[in-house]
Design a protein around this ligand. Structure first.
Ligand code: NI
Ligand code: MN
Length: 226
């Protein structure tokens, strides 16, 4: 399984040549100016919630690639109203078969609204299971006891967790999350993009290491094999 990081909470996962893009926020992200969203291919675009920093480029990429947008009922329906042809509305606790993997929409403790302030359903994260690897993308969330359910859904190989603090959980809570989800290997997201979520990379990695956990902070545009 290959993971490419596009900055903030946006990344793509390649499973046997099929691509899932998560939370596209590229054009408005100054740190991601080296990424060309027009070159990104996707079979599916998974959107964790309705905040702009998780979906700014979703409409353009979906229209160009024909990708199906998978999200909560309100967000998926909204994309349909914006002219996106293929959408897959879900709700918390539900699982869908995407052919090359399965996606389960799980609880996130956060908020969710569209740019105009209207209600964008409950925020969530995704547990992805496949015959390659299994991983959990938490979306934007606080540390929550609900994460203890995740090992019942999948034995995880990797977790993609927000670590920037202020708007989501920070480093210490992310380490506790690794215990709840029983997965020590973490790719950090949702940090550095805005002044209120800037982190000290070295200190973050050392804090993880002291807890015998692995924190990967990828360069924007970097692809890694997991
Ligand atoms: Ni958010
Ligand atoms: Mn966010």
């Amino acid at each position: 399984m290959k993971l490419t990081y596009y900055g903030h909470s946006c990344f793509a996962v390649d499973i046997h040549g099929k691509k899932i893009l998560f939370d596209p926020f590229i054009t408005p992200n100054e740190l991601a100016e080296g990424v060309d969203p027009e070159k990104i291919e996707a079979e599916y675009i998974l959107v964790s919630h309705g905040h702009q920093d998780h979906m700014a480029d979703a409409i353009d990429i979906a229209k160009r690639t024909g990708a199906t947008i998978v999200s909560n009922f309100e967000v998926a329906t909204w994309f349909g109203m914006q002219g996106v042809e293929n959408t897959m509305p879900m709700n918390l606790g539900g699982k869908v078969d995407l052919g090359f993997c399965q996606a389960k929409y799980v609880n996130a403790v956060h908020s969710s609204s569209f740019p105009d302030g209207t209600y964008a359903g409950n925020p969530g994260g995704f547990v992805i299971t496949s015959n390659d690897k299994n991983f959990y993308y938490a979306g934007d969330t606080a540390l929550t006891l609900d994460m203890q359910l995740i090992p019942r859904f999948a034995k995880l190989d990797l977790a993609i967790l927000p670590i920037g603090d202020c708007l989501t959980m920070g480093i210490e809570d992310a380490i506790t999350a690794t215990e709840f989800i029983q997965c020590s290997k973490v790719v950090g997201v949702h940090y550095d993009t805005f002044p209120n979520i800037k982190i000290n990379h070295q200190a973050a990695k050392e804090t993880f290491k002291k807890a015998s956990k692995e924190l990967h902070l990828l360069e924007i545009g970097q692809t890694v094999n997991f």
